[in-house]
Design a protein around this ligand. Structure first.
Ligand SMILES: NC(=O)c1ccc[n+]([C@@H]2O[C@H](COP(=O)([O-])OP(=O)(O)OC[C@H]3O[C@@H](n4cnc5c(N)ncnc54)[C@H](O)[C@@H]3O)[C@@H](O)[C@H]2O)c1
Length: 278
């Protein structure tokens, strides 16, 4: 059976764990080879990031699916490193068709007037400028390929909705939608489509951690995920769940990356249990 992205090559950032790893595995299972990058070390002010061992695990997952993967440790803030990674990947794998700009960080920043300016800056640098860097490192290869392409930028429900104490994250994720629309109008002439996914809470380390649990359940000394689920479901969502799985986002990425969505561009696609209805 032919895969839905058979013979294509996808460049994915933040691929060492969480959603990025899931996207790599899903696209590989449908026939794509992968160019993966991840910072693989911690970032000031953010939760612990992925490790080199995590990236190696993604490599094993893709190879177990009989697909090729070129994985590099690189920071999306470093354009030269990103460009070198994607140039090497294309030299090795022969082409580029899909860009998934997924890498990101999150932190509770506090009210605007109290937020550490460094926290604001590195969130904007990674969650917005990092996606701009990712796009501009990959676009020349998509255009040179002459066969169109698909770019998916990971935003968040925070890209269309305010979240208290997270102005840095919310501003970056709103900016991602502006970047997506700008790229869509610029690249349409090359048959390159550009869309965004807007996940609600996802079952990854970014959401599943003590800090998040305490934010949802300040009344408990040691809250757990089970304590958070009903509260998140009730206050955030229309469908009765507290979070989605990385695979739910990967399924949307696969659709947007494949020719099934060949006439869809410029779309912010919520995968959000109805969060944006509230
Ligand atoms: N988890 C959620 O609840 C949620 C909800 C909505 C949107 N998102 C977005 O989804 C994306 C993926 O997050 P996740 O849930 O998989 O979280 P995660 O923390 O598990 O994964 C993020 C990955 O990005 C990498 N990364 C971080 N900064 C980087 C940098 N400067 N350069 C290269 N790699 C870097 C990390 O090492 C990690 O592997 C992010 O953009 C995030 O903002 C997450």
């Amino acid at each position: 059976m032919t895969g839905r992205v058979e013979g294509k090559v996808a460049f994915i950032t933040g691929a060492a764990r969480g959603q990025g790893r899931s996207h790599a595995a899903r696209l590989a299972a449908e026939g794509a080879d992968i160019i993966a990058i991840d910072i693989c070390h911690d970032v000031e002010g953010a939760l612990p990031m992925a490790t080199p061992a995590d990236l190696e695990e993604t490599v094993k997952l893709v190879e177990a699916l009989d697909r090729r993967i070129i994985a590099t440790q690189a920071d999306v803030r470093d354009f030269d490193a990103l460009k070198a990674a994607v140039d090497d990947g294309v030299a090795e794998l022969g082409r580029l068709d899909i860009i998934v700009a997924n890498a990101g960080i999150a932190s509770l920043g506090g009210p605007v007037q109290d937020m550490d300016p460094a926290n604001w800056q590195h969130t904007i640098d990674i969650n917005l400028t990092g996606l701009w860097n990712t796009a501009r490192a990959g676009i020349p290869h998509l255009i040179a390929g002459g066969q169109g392409g698909s770019i998916v930028l990971t935003s968040s429900v925070g890209g269309m909705h305010a979240l208290p104490n997270m102005s840095h994250y919310v501003s970056a994720k709103h900016g991602v939608i502006g970047l997506m629309r700008s790229l869509a109008v610029e690249l349409g002439q090359h048959n390159i489509r550009v869309n965004s996914v807007l996940p609600t809470n996802v079952n990854t380390p970014m959401f599943m951690n003590e800090g998040t649990y305490k934010m949802f359940r300040p009344d408990l000394e040691n809250p757990t995920a089970a304590d958070v689920e009903p509260i998140a479901a009730q206050f955030m969502h229309v469908l009765p769940h507290g979070w989605i799985e990385p695979e739910d986002v990967s399924n949307a990425i696969l659709f947007l990356a494949s020719d099934e969505s060949r006439y869809i561009t410029g779309v912010p696609l919520p995968i959000d249990l109805g969060a944006l209805l509230k």
